[in-house]
Design a protein around this ligand. Structure first.
Ligand code: SAM
Length: 336
């Protein structure tokens, strides 16, 4: 055997052993990194913040990490983990200065699947630049098509503006999905209108069960609109077949007889922790292995790879075995 091939095999062995260090007893590791770019937001959604005061506090939060620091972290994490996807979120990621350079830098680091979750408020003017920077896909949150219900959910008026953003993103060639948090007594009247809105545009929509996070930690049950009930409402209008859930995905999908697809993210009634591969990085450099955890772990750029490995293993231990158990932190903080 040549020296080069021995060296090659040793390198593979080294990579395998360093990666398999960061794997739990269920075979889970981190393949997807969700970065909360900032806590600031231009909407005040009821499942995220208790009211204007909480939003004001988040919007007054200190600086987020600059592009170069985030890129350095992504590159180091990619060396230690089998990372293949980065999702940018927040707060509202379209408010992050340098977003296009960040996307370009993540692509240059060898991660092709760079995705974004946005409320779409600023999307109309930004969509072409995001596509040009290398963004692959985005999820736009839209909790109602009726303005009055939208305002009840988001404390702002902007349905038409968000619809223009969705259309601009599609026109720019971005793959777009719509995300809707369904809350009983709040926006449940919008289930079928939203489905029709998405189908008319040929888009996939996913409905999320509300999660017990932040100010809803102890009262999410009150608003829970479970998957079974959503399916019953949809069955009143459409016939559909299950398509199932792809490994480590959050949503299960169904397809209507007309060929339209919709998904449900049933965190509460059909949890999917068993194959979760997500690692979260917040806007001040802390990682979390699970949305249920309110124990931030600081990744310090001065620390060496061995310490980062230990911290990543610690984050992996935060993952739940079966189900999400709730957290005092809101998604505005930890990233949705
Ligand atoms: N501002 C962006 C947006 O609105 O899409 C990104 C951040 S926001 C926190 C991302 C998403 O997190 C929301 O649209 C919603 O789908 C989800 N989210 C936040 N709080 C939630 C909760 N308590 N239950 C379920 N989903 C929640």
């Amino acid at each position: 055997m040549s020296v080069a091939s021995v060296a090659g095999q040793l390198r593979i062995l080294y990579l395998y052993s360093s990666m398999s260090n960061i794997q739990d007893q269920y075979g889970r590791t981190f393949r997807t990194l969700r970065i909360s770019l900032l806590q600031h937001c231009n909407l005040g959604c009821v499942y995220c913040v208790a009211g204007e005061a909480e939003l004001k506090e988040a919007n007054a939060a200190g600086d987020s990490l600059p592009v170069e620091q985030l890129l350095a972290m992504v590159r180091r994490l990619k060396e230690q983990l089998p990372l293949d996807t980065v999702r940018l979120t927040g707060g509202e990621p379209l408010l992050y200065p340098g977003l296009a350079s960040l996307i370009r830098g993540i692509r240059a680091a060898g991660i092709d699947a760079v995705r974004l979750t946005t409320n779409g408020f600023l999307l109309e003017r930004m969509a072409p630049a995001l596509k040009e920077a290398g963004l692959e896909a985005l999820n736009v949150s839209l909790d109602a098509v009726e303005e009055e219900v939208f305002a009840r959910m988001s404390r702002r008026h902007s349905v038409q503006r968000i619809v223009r953003g969705i259309d601009a993103a599609v026109a720019a060639g971005l793959r777009v999905k719509i995300n809707t948090v369904m809350m009983k007594g709040m926006n449940d009247s919008q289930l079928l209108p939203l489905l029709e809105f998405a189908f008319a545009r040929g888009l996939t929509i996913r409905f999320l069960e509300v999660m017990a996070m932040g100010h809803l930690h102890d009262q999410a049950d009150k608003y829970l609109f479970p998957q079974e009930e959503m399916l019953a409402v949809i069955a009143g209008r459409y016939s559909f077949e299950p398509l199932g859930r792809a490994g480590s995905a959050t949503a299960s999908y169904w397809q209507t007889a007309e060929g339209h697809q919709f998904g449900i993210i049933a965190n509460e009634t059909a949890p999917f922790c068993g194959d979760c591969d997500r690692l979260r990085l917040d806007s001040s450099g802390h990682i979390y292995g699970c949305l249920s955890s309110n124990h931030p772990i600081l990744l310090d750029k001065e620390e060496d790879a061995e310490i980062w490995t230990k911290k990543l293993q610690q984050a992996l231990l935060q993952k739940q075995t079966l189900r999400f158990t709730g957290s005092d932190l809101s998604m505005l903080h930890i990233g949705g």
